[in-house]
Ligand binder design. Structure first.
Ligand SMILES: [Zn+2]
Length: 184
């Protein structure tokens, strides 16, 4: 769900921002003097774009072109040699498959625990139906089972994340992106 949301947001922002912004690194690159994120502005006279630090007294000011060029070189340093692309994909898929396997095991454990809680609730319902339990007792203990057993399990189950069937395509997308960083 998180990935889908991110993807949707990205598609959304792509639809709106068709052009590359003049200062794409604002809030992303931090000032080397004080560590605060840089902001961007356009100088009115020459219409040129600059990055600057807003910390009082710091006064760091650098033209967009001056910052973009070394940043581009920095991205280039993350480039993968072509012969490493396939091994990285294989290793990454392997790691995710391991994680996936672990999450399948946990999912099974939670499902079993949920079933037990459900049976507990049904048993209480039965005892209430045949008059072994009073109405208030039944309600009180049902509520207790729901809040202390059922709900925590449901929360854990929801956190597991659901579908990893597109895993390979995500991995391939990520690795391909790293190889394309300098030209994006
Ligand atoms: Zn600063």
């Amino acid at each position: 769900m998180q990935l889908n949301n991110m993807q949707q947001q990205q598609e959304h922002s792509h639809a709106h921002a068709k052009e590359v912004p003049p200062v794409p690194l604002k809030h992303h690159v931090t000032c080397h003097r004080c560590g605060k994120p840089l902001t961007g502005y356009q100088a009115k006279k020459k219409q040129l774009w600059y990055y600057k630090c807003n910390t009082i007294g710091c006064k760091l000011n650098v033209s967009a072109r001056q910052l973009h060029s070394p940043y581009h070189e920095l991205l280039g340093s993350y480039d993968l040699s072509p012969q490493l692309v396939a091994p990285l994909k294989a290793i990454t898929v392997g790691v995710f498959q391991q994680l996936y396997h672990e999450s399948v095991q946990e999912r099974k454990a939670i499902q079993a625990a949920l079933k037990q809680v459900q049976q507990k609730l049904e048993k209480m319902e039965e005892r209430y139906a045949i008059g072994e339990l009073g109405r208030t007792t039944n309600e009180k203990f049902s509520r207790k089972i729901i809040t202390s057993d059922l709900q925590p399990l449901a929360v854990r189950y929801a956190r597991l994340g659901s579908d990893l069937s597109n895993l390979e395509s995500y991995v391939y997308f990520a690795v391909d992106m790293t190889t394309n960083l300098p030209i994006m």
